[in-house]
Design a protein around this ligand. Structure first.
Ligand SMILES: Cc1ncc(COP(=O)(O)O)c(C=O)c1O
Length: 357
């Protein structure tokens, strides 16, 4: 028997979540964000389920090439553009679209001998201060692109720093207002919204929306469960109990004996640890399902194992099924208990984790 840990990827959940995006954004094209191996779900597997998207966005050139070679004909956008001139030949050959976010890229594009026509997403810094041209430099950048015969369609884009904050926060309004002011009169397609903005700020939807996390069934809105947004979890990590321990008062369990219940306690030892992508910093109390019922992780997560409290679960023992996150155990709850976000848990699955559909 092989180690029982696996991540089950639910393709119908991905498809369903794309339909939720469509429901919110009937007038926009949808660019499914599938960077980081589709947030840990597997690039080609996720692309197949999301094949009805109008485009795909990622930042790994090799992944973009693989996607094109797999036969996808939609827009494939490289979210960080290119890093050196050699990549432009690949970008041209595979008809990839690129973000241009700085002067170095503009200069490389002007100096390169691109014979085809490239679609460019020109990125503006409207306040997040991560990537993008400062607003005062944007008109010159746009003129440079327009003067470049290698450039075909230009789309204006920006990214929102605060879309997951409650409505009323000025930041989205301020970024949107700056973006609209820059874009005014340019008659170019626009793209701004990530998942949180898709759900919360319809005024940001524009021509292209760029959902990531909501496609995978996690909530982009802190405090709002994914189920309330009609999102289905696309990844369920399951495993089993592989050993049982009974703690007596005074006993502890795991490294450092960091958890000492001070009473009798049945503890299940679960196959799955931080070398699989379960967060080591998940504290005692992090929720987990055993036999479909909620209980908690106890003690320190180790490389290959973690421990769960089975004191109220007479029927649980070696072989009992465990869900670390996914169906029945929202990844957002596990992330919150571990002091992180679902994005990190999904993306951090280790290569040794078996993924099945
Ligand atoms: C530029 C850009 N657009 C869209 C997204 C998708 O964001 P989310 O997963 O929050 O929907 C990301 C993700 O980080 C991004 O960097």
């Amino acid at each position: 028997m092989s180690r029982p840990l696996q991540a089950l990827i639910d393709l119908s959940a991905l498809e369903h979540n794309l339909s939720v995006v469509r429901r919110y954004t009937p007038r926009s094209r949808v660019m499914a964000v599938i960077k980081a191996d589709a947030y840990g779900h597997g690039l080609l597997r996720a692309a197949e389920a999301l094949a009805r998207a109008d485009g795909f966005a990622m930042l790994e050139l090799d992944a973009a090439v693989r996607l094109r070679e797999a036969g996808y004909r939609q827009t494939i956008l490289l979210l960080e553009g290119f890093f050196d001139m050699d990549e432009l030949a690949w970008i041209e050959q595979y008809h990839l679209s690129v973000v241009i976010h700085n002067h170095e890229q503009l200069a490389m594009l002007s100096a390169a001998r691109v014979r085809g026509r490239l679609n460019v997403f020109l990125k503006l810094n409207t306040g997040m201060n991560r990537l993008g041209f400062p607003l005062e430099q944007f008109p010159a950048a746009l003129e440079t692109l327009r003067a470049n015969p290698a450039v075909d369609q230009i789309t204006l884009m920006s990214h929102l720093a605060h879309a997951d904050e409650p409505r009323g926060d000025a930041s989205v309004a301020v970024q949107l207002q700056r973006f609209l002011a820059a874009a005014e009169g340019r008659h170019l397609p626009r793209s701004l919204a990530n998942s949180a903005a898709i759900l919360r700020y319809p005024e940001t939807h524009a021509d292209w929306v760029r959902p990531g996390i909501m496609l995978y069934g996690a909530s982009p809105l802190p405090g709002t469960p994914a189920a309330e947004l009609d999102l289905f979890p696309a990844m369920t990590v399951t495993t089993r109990i592989i050993a049982m321990q009974t703690l007596n008062p005074g006993d502890g369990v795991g490294y450092g004996l960091a958890f000492r219940p001070g009473r009798h306690m049945r503890v299940g030892i679960v196959a799955g640890g931080y070398a699989d992508g379960y967060p080591r910093h998940a504290p005692t109390g992090t929720p987990v399902l055993v036999n479909g019922k909620r209980t908690q992780v106890v003690g320190r997560v180790s490389m290959d194992m973690l421990h769960v409290d089975l004191s109220d679960m007479e029927d649980a023992g070696i072989g009992s099924p465990v869900t670390l996150w996914g169906k029945g155990m929202p990844v957002d709850e596990v992330a919150q208990a571990a002091g992180t976000v679902a994005y990190e848990l999904l993306c951090a699955l280790a290569p040794r984790m078996q993924k099945v559909t």
